[in-house]
Write a protein that binds this ligand. Structure first.
Ligand code: FRU
Length: 474
């Protein structure tokens, strides 16, 4: 397996086969659980089941056996897990255990009908039993999926999509088993693709004692700015019945490969993981025994800049080695200046002052004609992640593209943290107000780095490169 050229060093992947959305993210008794959309029988989408992995720290992951397997009658689509501390569901029976309760979309393989169903575990997620009276919420629809449940005061709330209608529905329940419709939100914002995998999270507002906003996140299967699928979010208010947006939708990630991100239950609010993939081309990415990785876990928070309130994301950092390169203030003339450091699993922290025109940034995974460019386009006022020349493999379907996000430098200065892995690049700009996540498939030998300026040059204020250590006892 070590010989697989695109197996990530520190992003979670299943040992083999297809994976898409994270499901059932929950923290319980010292373990983070990551369930995921999984095909136990192949590297293409199908036989949808819940794979399973656990981690003590969000860095070291151990894959466990499939938690919920597809049957001839039922596929298991996306959903969530909650810790039913007070046994409101009664599913603990006389065991005295705290039930972990999974609320997932069961797809009837005969009719295609998608309904919400329950499974539960009384042994820390190791074994799961289907609830006898499934489904618990059924509209007879073939486009009703991805329930995300959370505790709200003294009851449970579910957000779930009518995918085709681009509508998020809200339901409430006292026992997780019977559900009452509260309200609908949408269509709003981006409508080109069907809506999937909603989440609703309350986050504190900076400098506002006790205040906060609700963040409604939804994945959109097509028409995102980087092409294909992406995620949008709305800030707003949830009064226990309905969600009202403050303003327009924003994009959660401006790269092409962050999808279906949802938050952990029973953990600090806003801790999320997404799927490092895109429905536009995922079927043809050139990995071998597995297909699909997760993004790094991210802590989301609200950040204010003047009147503007937005979501910012901070990566949960992997295990790092000591710096292999540290640069202080350096003037860089127009051109490409190779750096004396290499690696395919790195954290790069770069602060620079861009010129008044042209491009200023860094090339990573450089080798021969291959390079992935990250930087600031001063003419457009945009941060750029350019994978048009990232690798020799032709993934197709719009993969080779330059992804961009409007960005205003702070006091003329641009700060980026870049997490590079065998088949991905994640860019967090500033305090994480702008994030770009892309898959890339360079040759294993393309491990170079170079400072790149086009136009009038740039001033690098600081540059620190550290290796990411392989941690996985797979
Ligand atoms: C999102 C999604 C969900 C669905 C699952 C099926 O990527 O399409 O809407 O539950 O994947 O694997």
């Amino acid at each position: 397996m070590a010989a697989e050229p695109f197996r990530p060093t520190y992003h979670f992947t299943p040992q083999r086969n297809w994976m898409n959305d994270p499901n059932g993210l929950v923290h319980y008794e010292g373990e983070y659980h990551l369930f995921f959309q999984y095909n136990p029988h192949g590297t293409d989408w199908g036989n949808m089941s819940w794979g399973h992995a656990v981690s003590p720290d969000l860095v070291h992951w151990q894959e466990l056996p499939v938690a919920l397997a597809a049957t001839e009658a039922e596929e298991i689509f996306s959903g969530s897990v909650v810790v039913d501390h007070d046994n409101t569901s009664g599913l603990a029976g006389s065991s005295g255990q705290v039930p972990l309760v999974a609320i997932y979309t069961s797809v009837d393989t005969g009719t295609g009908i998608q309904a919400q169903s329950i499974a539960f575990s009384l042994d820390r997620g190791r074994s799961w039993q289907r609830y006898a009276d499934n489904p618990v919420l059924d509209l007879g629809s073939t486009e009703f999926r991805d329930p995300k449940v959370f505790r709200h005061h003294d009851h449970w709330v579910m957000v779930v999509v009518l995918a085709d209608d681009r509508v998020i529905q809200f339901y409430r329940s006292d026992d997780l088993l019977s559900w009452t419709h509260l309200s609908d939100f949408g269509p709003a914002g981006a409508l080109d693709g069907v809506w999937e995998c909603p989440d609703l999270v309350w986050l504190p507002e900076p400098e506002t004692a006790g205040g906060g906003r609700w963040v409604l996140v939804v994945s959109v299967q097509d028409g995102a700015p980087a092409g294909g699928s992406g995620m949008q979010y709305f800030l707003g208010d949830f009064d226990g019945v309905a969600f009202t947006a403050d303003g327009a939708a924003r994009w959660f990630d401006h790269g092409a490969d962050c999808y279906a991100a949802v938050s952990f239950d029973n953990a600090p609010a806003g801790l999320m993981i997404g799927w490092l993939g895109n429905w536009a081309y995922q079927k043809s990415v050139p990995t071998e025994s597995f297909r699909g990785a997760m993004t790094l876990p991210r802590r989301c928070a609200l950040r204010r800049s003047g009147a503007d309130l937005r979501l910012a994301q901070e990566p949960v950092l992997p295990q790092l080695g000591p710096p292999t390169l540290e640069l202080g203030s350096t003037d860089v003339e127009s051109g490409e200046r190779p750096l004396p450091v290499t690696g395919s699993a790195l954290l790069v922290e770069l602060t620079l002052v861009a010129g008044s025109t042209g491009f200023a940034g860094i090339a990573v995974r450089v080798g021969g004609a291959e390079r992935t460019l990250i930087g600031y386009d001063a003419d457009a006022g945009e941060l750029v992640l350019d994978r048009t020349r990232s690798g020799a493999v032709d993934v197709g379907d719009g993969f080779a593209a330059r992804h961009r996000a409007a960005y205003r430098p702070v006091d003329g200065s641009i700060r980026v943290r870049i997490l590079i892995d065998t088949c991905s690049v994640e860019v967090f700009a500033g305090d994480g107000e702008i994030v770009l996540t892309d898959q890339v498939f360079p040759s294993p030998t393309s491990t170079g780095l170079a400072l790149v300026a086009e136009g009038v040059g740039m001033e690098v204020t600081t540059l620190v490169v550290r290796p990411v250590l392989a941690v996985d006892p797979r």
